[in-house]
Ligand binder design. Structure first.
Ligand code: 5GP
Ligand code: MN
Length: 342
């Protein structure tokens, strides 16, 4: 990634200086990329002598618990006052893997907006970031934020500075956001970065196993149930939706993160173009969208579910019942198709 020299110089000015209080923030429902980029960047900043607190709004899934350094990540929902104090004291806040403070969800969004005078730096690969940062590294064409962090480390200090611990967590971010290097955002430069990470001695099959072969029995059974019983096809089998209510999740001993990735599965059907998954939460229904090729689910999420993301992977929220959400989705699909987007 070629960053403008003035942005790298500005970043250098912020971090190559006397020790500062730094907060590294990532998004709600943190995933492998959110955590991988935060942990690697946190380590790089600590090495510069800074006091770093990595923060996520809510808990991470159990199959990421093995990541080195993850126990030091502070979860806002569990330790509100600690996060408030860190944000209030911060000189610098890095926002990693999310494009807008609203993705932190209230009340953490409010804390970051109002409770600090810190300089805010964005490092992210989602579309349409608002103007609420002092310095921006926004690259929607990047396959992951972890790849951007890799490039920032390269530009600032050279890749020889990357430790095996950083390489492991960066690899996890790159692997999870690209569907184990299978989505359409792959570039020769990404593979060159992976080669550099490899040279630090990381064990790639083990990293894969740690993330993808570490689920519970309940998750395997919930997956079977969801695909068999809850997958509905529309428009001659080119659009699919899946849904899970809280009661259904409880029946399969649901743990946070258990339904991650289910939404990708309908796209293994050859003619599928778009897939949606609705999961019921206490106050809303989470909407996950995936698509193939030209179908733009970022546009769809923004228009119909107050959300966004990437062209082929996006999400949003619904504040009506599951039945109404599904009916709204089905009408939206027809409208979207009529306009030639599907
Ligand atoms: P997922 O389906 O894995 O939760 O999210 C897919 C993509 O959509 C991610 O890049 C995520 O950041 C984005 N996304 C998910 N939910 C929302 C949302 O409520 N608002 C916005 N703007 N983006 C979202
Ligand atoms: Mn990401």
């Amino acid at each position: 990634m070629d960053f403008p020299k003035q942005n790298i110089d500005a970043l250098r000015g912020l971090i190559e200086c006397e020790p500062r209080n730094v907060v590294v923030l990532s998004h709600t429902n943190p995933d492998g990329d959110a955590l991988g980029s935060s942990l690697a960047w946190g380590e790089a900043l600590r090495r510069q002598g800074h006091k770093v607190t990595c923060v996520v709004p809510n808990n991470y899934p159990y199959y990421l618990e093995w990541m080195t350094g993850i126990k030091d990540v502070v979860i806002y929902k569990s330790e509100e006052s600690r996060v408030k104090a860190a944000v209030a004291e911060a000189d610098l806040i890095f926002c990693l893997d999310f494009h807008s403070l609203t993705r932190l969800d209230a009340p953490l969004c409010e804390v970051v907006r109002t409770n600090t005078t810190a300089t805010r730096v964005l490092v992210d690969h989602h579309l349409n970031p608002p103007q609420e940062f002092n310095l921006m590294f926004s690259y929607p064409e990047s396959s992951s934020t972890s790849y951007l962090v890799y490039c920032l480390i390269e530009a600032l200090w050279g890749t020889q500075s990357i430790t095996a611990t950083q390489a492991e967590v960066l690899y996890v971010g790159m692997m999870t956001d690209t569907g184990n290097f299978s989505f359409s955002t792959l570039t020769p430069d990404l593979y060159r970065a992976v080669a550099v990470l490899c040279e630090t001695g990381i064990n790639i099959p083990q990293l894969y196993n740690n993330v993808y072969n570490a689920f519970t029995e309940g998750r395997a059974r919930l997956f079977g149930y969801t695909i068999n019983r809850k997958m509905k096809l529309l428009r001659k089998g080119t659009v699919a939706h899946l849904s899970l209510t809280e009661a259904e999740m409880r029946r399969f001993w649901f743990q946070q993160g258990d339904s991650e990735g289910f939404v990708n599965y309908p796209l293994t059907i050859k003619k599928m173009r778009m897939s949606a998954m609705f999961t019921e939460h206490k106050d809303f229904i989470r909407v996950s969208l995936r698509s193939r090729g030209a179908v733009d689910v970022n546009l769809f999420a923004g228009r119909y579910f107050q959300g966004g993301g990437h062209k082929n992977a996006a999400g949003g929220k619904s504040f009506v019942s599951m039945e109404e959400t599904i009916a709204h989705f089905e009408r939206a699909v027809e409208e979207f198709a009529k306009e030639g987007h599907l």
